[in-house]
Design a protein around this ligand. Structure first.
Ligand SMILES: [Zn+2]
Length: 441
């Protein structure tokens, strides 16, 4: 057998790394998550040593690890551990192998952050955790605001709110798989249109409470300048190029607009939910209807193993977004539950089991889940998922459209679906700021 000359080892190693990371990327693209048991994924209870593998989500840019340096000493190790255990982790110690807390060594307490995509000579970035100063961030918690000059009528005075109407709608709704039309009906149900209608009602409702409101999109057109064709070379199928466009690039473009231009105190991400509906032209209706709110969290080992995801999560952990996000979700879930009468959705029962956990044990409507559309925004996100679109009653309310006052729809006098939704979100935000903003007295 011929020996391989030693000067070829670097080349062979590089090819191997390329093969491994290329394979992982293809797998991730196909299944949205890398394979369980991949590099650096620890077995429960026994953190494994991180492997030197570069690992990024599809279309994700290289993380700028040095951006985390600005958070030095903004929290303590117990703050960090609590946030990971309560919200960001998945209930296992998986995170500890990638984010190692170091205490009692004589030096300042710190977290060692694994960064596979950085300099191979320094795969760990230490960050001091002495908890001596507040985190730098562009948004303010309600408790950090000055008192409102008119606290009862305008509790949101001076608050900057961004509204993200989920999805795109219009000509893109079929591609997004957020479109169906009941046989015999002339009205198509399109989530992107419905979220925009709700957003346009929510905007004046929040402005009346004193807020300055920005819509992240105000039309049935994408925010990203790219189109599916731009991803043809990267994708293996036309459907995958479409996914890259509407699920990846579009959300990144919205996050850029929010984080760089709008920089709000909070963002409301409006969605409608659905149960599996089969083919969009012969939709399967359901009796099921429910409500839930999503806070960013529940990162499992395979998600944490991706450098970009881990970095984006750490921006949120160090900004302590979860504290305000949980309070907001609690308030808005209560107002939405009261207005809609909907029962809580249960991730433990359906096909989504294991994707989320409840960070507020006393509130069954609030779930922690890691989505691109709540991870990339660097401010607290109120992510709402009321109404099942292929529930028959919801369908009839969509067909009835928006109207003032009450009308007889699906056998009951009621407000329009959109006003009920928008008014309830506004009521929840009002309750939050009334409860947490300083009164000045
Ligand atoms: Zn949605």
């Amino acid at each position: 057998m011929r020996r391989i000359p030693s000067d070829q080892w670097p080349l062979i190693a590089a090819v191997l790394v390329l093969l491994v990371s290329g394979g992982a990327l293809v797998f991730y693209i196909l299944f949205q998550k890398p394979p369980p048991g991949g590099a650096g994924v620890p077995s429960p209870g026994r953190p494994a040593a991180p492997a030197p593998v570069r690992s990024l989500s599809s279309l994700a840019p290289e993380p700028r690890w040095e951006s985390l340096d600005r958070f030095a000493d903004t929290q303590t190790t117990s703050d960090f551990r609590q946030a990971m255990d309560r919200v960001y982790g998945d209930g296992t110690p998986a995170w500890q192998s990638l984010l190692t807390l170091v205490e009692g060594t004589g030096g300042p307490p710190r977290v060692d952050i694994t960064r596979w995509s950085a300099d191979a000579a320094a795969p760990r970035q230490p960050l001091s955790l002495r908890g001596t100063r507040p985190p730098p961030r562009y948004w303010r918690e309600a408790s950090e605001l000055p008192p409102s000059p008119d606290p009862v009528a305008r509790p949101l005075d001076g608050v900057k709110v961004a509204i993200d109407p989920g999805h795109i709608g219009g000509a893109w709704a079929r591609m997004e798989q957020r479109w169906y039309q009941s046989p015999g009906s002339t009205t198509a149900v399109m989530e992107g249109e419905m979220t925009l209608m709700t957003a346009r009602l929510l905007q004046p409702a929040l402005e009346a409470l004193g807020a300055t409101v920005f819509l992240v999109r105000d039309g049935a057109e994408p925010v990203t300048a790219t189109r599916p064709d731009d991803y043809a070379a990267l994708a293996t199928t036309p459907q995958q190029a479409e996914l890259f466009f509407y699920r990846k690039a579009e959300i990144r473009a919205r996050a850029d607009r929010v984080n760089r231009q709008i920089r709000p105190d909070l963002l409301v991400c409006l969605h409608f939910n659905a149960e599996p509906w089969g083919e969009p032209d012969t939709v399967t209706f359901t009796e099921i209807n429910h409500l839930h709110l999503i806070v960013n969290g529940h990162y499992d080992a395979t998600e944490l193993a991706l450098d970009d995801v881990r970095h984006e999560m750490l921006e949120r952990v160090f900004q302590r977004s979860e504290r305000e996000e949980l309070r907001l979700a609690d308030a808005v879930s209560r107002s939405l539950a009261a207005a809609t009468g909907l029962p809580p959705y249960d991730y433990g029962a359906g096909h989504m089991a294991g994707n989320a956990h409840r960070p507020l044990p006393e509130n069954p409507y609030v779930w922690a889940r890691n989505l691109m559309a709540n991870r990339l925004y660097q401010c607290p996100v109120v992510f709402t998922e009321p109404y099942v679109m292929n529930n028959r009653e919801v369908h009839d309310r969509v067909v009835a459209g928006d109207y003032e006052g009450e009308r007889l729809v699906a056998g009951k006098r009621r407000p329009s679906l959109y006003r009920e939704y928008a008014d309830a979100v506004a009521a929840g935000l009002k309750a939050h700021f009334l409860a947490h903003r300083p009164s000045g007295k």
